[in-house]
Design a protein around this ligand. Structure first.
Ligand SMILES: [Zn+2]
Length: 131
């Protein structure tokens, strides 16, 4: 993996803080790696929290620390980025799935399970659900 990450910026968004493009991003371009503590599923269950990214049945990445900028990517039901699982290294790369203009918020779909458990009970605040 030798692609450089896109230039991004953490700013206030409709759902708290969000991650925004600071340069034009092309479809399929690498944006940022989802980094954090690499922990077992048992430990993830014990920790809980909103920044758990389940990679496999055995491995979860906990991006709770604020230095992990990918944690700021908010959920959207019709997102402009998606997570790619590198199965050789079990790393998660967030890539654009469409053109993203500078200043636009970067979003991804958190998955049906997360959506049903965490987002739906509070009401989804993404642009498609609350224009
Ligand atoms: Zn939504």
């Amino acid at each position: 993996m030798d692609e450089r990450p896109a230039k991004v910026q953490v700013k206030r968004a409709r759902a708290g803080l969000g991650l925004f493009a600071a340069e034009p991003i092309a479809p399929e371009q690498f944006i940022i790696e989802y980094t954090g503590d690499r922990i077992s599923s048992e430990e993830a269950d014990a920790r809980g929290g909103q920044y758990l990214f389940q990679v496999t049945d055995e491995l979860t990445i906990d991006g709770r620390d604020r230095k992990h900028l990918a944690r700021y990517v908010n959920h959207a039901c019709s997102p402009n980025a998606e997570a790619e699982h590198d199965e050789d290294e079990d790393r998660i790369y967030i890539r654009a799935c469409t053109t993203i203009a500078p200043g636009e918020e970067i979003t991804m779909h958190y998955g049906e399970d997360f959506f049903a458990r965490i987002i739906k009970p509070k009401g989804c605040r993404c642009p498609q659900c609350q224009p």
